[in-house]
Design a protein around this ligand. Structure first.
Ligand SMILES: Nc1ncnc2c1ncn2[C@@H]1O[C@H](COP(=O)(O)OP(=O)(O)OP(=O)(O)O)[C@@H](O)[C@H]1O
Ligand SMILES: [Mg+2]
Length: 298
C-alpha cells in the first residue's frame, strides 16, 4: 500500500500537464487557428483560461483559445452575441462535423471525440473552446449568450492574480485549485462554472500554505460551503458575477452547498483516519469520496 504522502504526490503529478498533452494542444490550436483565420478577420490568438494559468484539471478538456478579432469585424457588436458564435461554428463544422461543434455560453466548443478511461485520455486534449474577443480600453469584450449581451473580461488580470496567489502559497496554490476542480468533476460538477472555484480559492486560500494539502482542502471546503451563498464577482472587476447561474437556480446553489459540506466532512474523516494509523481506510476516502481514480491506492 502507498503512503498518503506518496498518494498526494502521485495525484499532483497526474494533474500536471505533460509534454505530450501540451504538444497535442499546440497541434489542435494550430489547426483551429487556420480554420478560424480562413473565415473571419483575426488580429491574434492565444491560449488562455485555466489552461494558460495552469489551473486546469484532468482529463484535459475545454482548453480556451482566445481570438482577438480585427476592428474591421466590430460590426458583430451591433448584433446578437449568438450570431458571431454561430458564424464561427459554421467555419468549424465542415472539418469537425455538425455534432462535434456546439455553442457554449461564451464560446464555440470543438469536441475531438477522445476516449476517457479512469480519467485518462492517453495524453490527448478532449476539446477546445473558441472564444471571440474585441480589444477595448485595455480589456476585451466577448459574447455572452445567456445574457444576450457583450461582456468585458481580462484574462491577463486573472493570470496575474493566480500567479500572485501561487507565490504566496510557495508554488502550491495552483495545484490546490487543480485538486479542488478534480473534486468537483468527480461529483459531477455541483459547482458551475468551475472558474467560480478558482475565484473562491483566491478569496479563501489567501493566508499562505499551512504545510499540508489536506488541511488547505478542509479549510476550502468548510469555508466554501458557508460562503457559496454569497455573491462572487469577477476578481478583475469587469465581467458578470460568477454566481449568476447559482443565483438563478436555487436548487443548484443548495446542491453546491451540500456537496461542499460533505467534502469538508469527508476530508476531516480522512484526516482523522490517518491520525489513527488507518492508512488504507484514509486512502479509500480520498479516492472514492473526493478525487476518484487519479488518486492512487498503490
Ligand atoms: N464572469 C466572468 N467575468 C469575466 N471573465 C470571466 C468570467 N468567467 C470566466 N471568465 C474568464 O474567461 C476564462 C474562461 O472561462 P471558463 O469558464 O472556461 O473558465 P476556466 O478558468 O477556463 O476554467 P475551466 O477549468 O472550467 O475551463 C476564465 O479563465 C476567465 O479568465
Ligand atoms: Mg476554460
Amino acid at each position: 500500500m502507498i503512503t498518503l504522502e506518496d498518494a498526494f504526490k502521485k495525484l499532483l503529478h497526474r494533474l500536471e500537464l505533460t509534454a505530450k498533452e501540451q504538444k497535442d494542444v499546440t497541434d489542435r490550436h494550430t489547426r483551429v487557428r487556420e480554420i478560424v483565420r480562413g473565415g473571419i478577420g483575426v488580429d491574434r490568438d492565444i491560449l488562455s483560461g485555466s489552461y494558460k494559468r495552469e489551473t486546469k484539471t484532468k482529463p484535459l478538456k475545454d482548453v480556451d483559445i482566445f481570438f482577438i478579432l480585427r476592428s474591421s469585424e466590430e460590426g458583430w457588436l451591433e448584433k446578437h452575441p449568438e450570431d458571431l458564435l454561430n458564424e464561427v461554428r459554421g467555419l468549424l463544422t465542415p472539418t469537425y462535423g455538425e455534432s462535434k461543434v456546439t455553442l457554449g455560453r461564451r464560446s464555440v466548443k470543438v469536441d475531438f471525440g477522445v476516449a476517457v478511461f479512469e480519467d485518462l485520455t492517453d495524453e490527448r486534449v478532449m476539446s477546445v473552446d473558441v472564444v471571440l474577443a474585441f480589444a477595448r480600453d485595455g480589456n476585451y469584450v466577448i459574447p455572452d449568450r445567456r445574457l444576450d449581451d457583450w461582456v468585458t473580461t481580462n484574462p491577463e488580470i486573472h493570470a496575474e492574480q493566480a500567479r500572485n496567489a501561487n507565490a504566496l502559497y510557495d508554488g502550491r496554490w495552483k495545484a490546490l485549485v487543480r485538486m479542488i476542480k478534480k473534486w468537483n468533476d468527480h461529483q459531477d460538477k455541483p459547482v458551475k462554472p468551475s472558474f467560480l472555484l478558482e475565484v473562491m480559492a483566491l478569496g479563501i486560500l489567501n493566508r499562505g500554505f499551512g504545510g499540508h494539502y489536506s488541511l488547505e482542502l478542509q479549510t476550502f471546503f468548510a469555508t466554501g460551503a458557508q460562503r457559496i451563498s454569497e455573491e462572487w464577482t469577477d476578481p478583475a472587476g469587469l465581467g458578470p458575477p460568477l454566481t449568476d447561474r447559482l443565483a438563478a437556480e436555487p436548487w443548484q446553489r443548495q446542491r453546491a452547498t451540500d456537496e461542499l459540506s460533505t467534502a469538508a466532512r469527508n476530508v476531516s474523516r480522512a484526516r482523522r483516519l490517518a491520525q489513527q494509523g488507518k492508512n488504507g481506510e484514509a486512502l479509500r476516502v480520498w479516492r472514492d469520496e473526493i478525487f476518484g481514480p487519479l488518486f492512487a491506492l498503490s
